[in-house]
Design a protein around this ligand. Sequence first.
Ligand SMILES: NC(=O)C1=CN([C@@H]2O[C@H](COP(=O)(O)OP(=O)(O)OC[C@H]3O[C@@H](n4cnc5c(N)ncnc54)[C@H](O)[C@@H]3O)[C@@H](O)[C@H]2O)C=CC1
Ligand SMILES: O=C(CO)COP(=O)(O)O
Length: 342
Amino acid sequence: MVHRVAIIGAGSWGTALSAMLAKKGIEVKLWVREKEICEQIEKARENIKYLPGVLIPSNVFPTQSVEEALKGAELTVLAVPSQYIRGMARQIAPFVPSGHVVVNVAKGLEMDTFLRLSQVVEQEVPAARIAVLSGPSHAEEVGRDIPTAVVCASYRKEDAEFVQDVFMGPKFRVYTNPDVIGVEMGGALKNIIALAAGISDGLGFGDNSKAALITRGIAEISRLGQAMGAHPLTFAGLAGIGDLVVTCTSMHSRNRRAGILIGQGRPLDEVLDSIGMVVEGVTTCKAAYQLAKKHGVSMPITEQLYHVLFEGKDPKEAVTELMLRSKTHEIEEVVSSMDIKW
Ligand SMILES: NC(=O)C1=CN([C@@H]2O[C@H](COP(=O)(O)OP(=O)(O)OC[C@H]3O[C@@H](n4cnc5c(N)ncnc54)[C@H](O)[C@@H]3O)[C@@H](O)[C@H]2O)C=CC1
Ligand SMILES: O=C(CO)COP(=O)(O)O
């Protein structure tokens, strides 16, 4: 049984996970970047900016010192947005003992290097053993004890099972998976499709369009994931289709909400300001667009979203181009299968 966990980052996800682990009786040291939020959690037991309405138990100890957060911790959770993972990993590195498990829960790719986040953590914290936790898990629901299922991936079975034991509870079920690449790529790339699904809603389209985006979205996520070494079946799991469905359909999703505003014609800067929290799909779209080119993988939705976000393309025109792409098979593997013939 683990007694003390460090959580680095008190945005909505770090805050929800802190409250959840604390309710299991674990002492949580929560590193909070903003002084006023740190004081608010300490005194009012609430994080009004990032997770309003959720009571933060008294065994969550907020601190602004990374050293203090990691002191005596048996596990460390990195819960800052993807573009800050390298900086935070570098800050925690001096306090991470050899063999200590660091779990990344951020979903994205590093924009300049296109690295997966566990690769970034590996570079910055060589003493750590890395795990990733991903899946359909909106902080607003986890913070309210709504039943949720996620997946933990790690290169070592014992590490994945260790993380599983720490997080598992009656309202939070954790599966394990050895496919680190697949779990990370599913979690990162679903945000691109969620932005597109939001745009579809913002344009006034319907459920047919949403289902098409989800289904063709997982096809392109899986293509890039496999090109990078992932197992295809991981994309049929919680970090793949599971997270894609929740993010494309939930009003909690910041990516989907941002997409709705873009579909309604609002400029990207204004949209990001009005959401006020991280919209990971924007930077991930940039990285995935380049990665798809590098691996020679077709990602038509990602490509059109890239043109809309960064080149001012009209979303309606992007939809027309998606619909009128040259005709193709649904699943190449079925066409070339030995069992099913035309
Ligand atoms: N919110 C959710 O429901 C879930 C979020 N995630 C992932 O968790 C990660 C963290 O997201 P949220 O907690 O939702 O973010 P958030 O948007 O709620 O909070 C932003 C966080 O970024 C921190 N921050 C701002 N500038 C920083 C800097 N320069 N250095 C370090 N930290 C800085 C803030 O202090 C705050 O903790 C993201 O990758 C997200 O995709 C994963 C699962 C669920
Ligand atoms: O990853 C999430 C749910 O699983 C959160 O999605 P958003 O970042 O779009 O809110």
